[in-house]
Ligand binder design. Structure first.
Ligand code: GRF
Length: 210
């Protein structure tokens, strides 16, 4: 048992995402596979499918519209929910600098490829898998990384690989990677919950369990 306090995770979702990573993290927390509570789900538009899923599951949501004072309103909602960790799940924007600064090494993202390849602006969803197949890669996978103020550039916590098959389409590849994303995200959050993570430059070390 970890003597650390359970994480209070705010999950940031996008306008189009299904919310599958959100629900995987929430389920792990509910079932005590992860010492955490999803204390808030944050989106920019009220009709985002992932926000609706969160509401159905009884998780508090905050709709924070973009525009003037976005960073201040975000921080206020995070403080009100007493969030100590942020997990991006389909949130495709850069985070405002004050948020990154306040939550340094407490913000993670999951990306559906092996960074630093196939990341950066515009590399999301099917675009990623199309690019992996067009390049002819033999492996792909997912990356859980810390978030800084750029796209997909923060230090890497965890990667999982899958083989690319000769007859893969972007859809079949995405479908094989998605469960790896869920497992990787939960595992990485568990490292944080257990206080085992240290960051030095770009290198992230995960201490062995006591
Ligand atoms: C996932 O593929 C994740 O890697 C990327 O956005 C997608 C979100 O999917 N960052 P979901 O909404 O969690 O199902």
């Amino acid at each position: 048992m970890s003597e650390h306090k359970p994480l209070r995770i705010a999950v940031f979702v996008g306008t189009k995402g299904r919310g599958s990573n959100l629900m995987a993290v929430h389920a792990a927390a509910q079932e005590d596979r992860l010492s955490a509570t999803v204390c808030l789900v944050v989106g920019t538009k009220a009709d985002a499918p992932a926000l609706l899923r969160a509401q159905e599951a009884g998780i508090p949501v905050a709709v924070i519209a973009l525009g003037e004072g976005y960073d201040v309103r975000l921080l206020a909602a995070l403080d009100a929910a007493r969030a100590d960790t942020i997990a991006l799940a389909g949130y495709l924007r850069k985070l405002p600098e004050p948020v990154v600064e306040r939550f340094r090494w407490r913000i993670v993202n999951v990306h559906p490829a092996l960074l630093p390849s196939f990341g950066g602006k515009g590399m999301y969803g099917h675009h990623v898998h199309e690019a992996v197949l067009a390049y002819g890669c033999k492996v792909s996978g997912c990356t859980v990384h810390f978030v800084d103020t750029e796209y997909d550039t923060g230090p890497i916590l965890l990667q999982r690989t899958v083989l690319v098959l000769d007859d893969d389409t972007p859809e079949t590849l995405a479908a094989r990677i998605l469960p790896e994303e869920h497992a990787a995200y939960i595992e990485a959050l568990r490292y944080l919950a257990e206080g085992r993570v240290s960051v030095k430059g770009r290198r992230v070390r995960v201490a062995k369990r006591d």
